[in-house]
Design a protein around this ligand. Structure first.
Ligand code: CA
Length: 231
């Protein structure tokens, strides 16, 4: 897959699930490490470099939501895939407050988890090897696709990899209207009916970062269709 193996942290207190995930991730060519409670998980996630953290919601010690929130609050933008219950507040998980990149609901199929993992790793790999040359600079917003830095009125913004990808995808096609399903295909790398509110959550989070009150509205909702980028 790549010259350095992807490093994935599994934070999961159920040994059977952790073992199953590790087995399949190793098959995928990844190296894995495993934390069995929230304190261990937060420490491992914040003190070492990972390509992905798979984070269970319910953990002894600190729960997954709190771990995710603390990592984001400290400026850590490592990709995070949450394992959640169906009853969990899914929009909140992807929202600004918690800031996960994606989630799967328990009980999950390993095939589904691995599809998500592959999509995230593909993005991580693209970031590493194929920096795009696109640089957007207008209305106070500048996007440097090589350094992956986004600035608003000169101030560096803290975007997750997915938010960055979403923004650069939009910025590369100003005026084009995208359906949520198209964005899932193009930015997430999988089409998945029923996951369209994943797009809404990410767009809302991205907007809150690039369009503070009174600033230019870069991403506009096209009612009944989707979204477009206005330069
Ligand atoms: Ca658990």
């Amino acid at each position: 897959m790549q010259d350095t193996k992807p490093r994935i942290l599994i934070v999961e207190d159920e040994p059977d699930i952790a073992d199953l995930l590790a087995l399949h991730l190793n098959d995928l060519g990844a190296t894995t490490d495993h934390a069995t409670d929230g304190h261990q998980g937060l420490k491992a996630a914040s003190t070492r470099e990972w390509d992905l953290v798979i984070l269970d919601l319910r953990l002894p010690g600190i729960d997954g939501l709190e771990i995710c929130r603390r990592l984001r609050a400290s400026g850590n933008s490592v990709p995070i895939l949450m394992l959640t219950a169906k009853s969990a507040e899914l929009d909140r998980i992807l929202g600004l407050e918690i800031g996960a990149d994606d989630y799967v609901t328990k009980p999950f199929s390993v095939i589904e988890v691995m599809a998500r993992v592959r999509a995230i790793l593909r993005r991580v790999e693209l970031d590493r090897t194929e920096p795009m040359s696109l640089v957007f600079d207008a209305k106070g917003l500048s996007i440097n696709a090589t350094s992956r830095e986004v600035r608003l009125e000169g101030a560096l913004l803290d975007l997750t990899p997915r938010e960055f990808d979403l923004l650069t995808y939009f910025a590369a096609h100003p005026g084009a209207v995208y359906r949520r399903s198209q964005l899932l295909d193009q930015v997430w790398g999988y089409g998945h009916e029923g996951y369209e509110h994943t797009v809404n959550s990410h767009i809302n989070r991205l907007r809150s970062k690039i369009q503070p009150a009174g600033a230019h509205e870069f991403i506009v909702t096209v009612w009944g269709v989707g979204y477009k980028f206005v330069a």
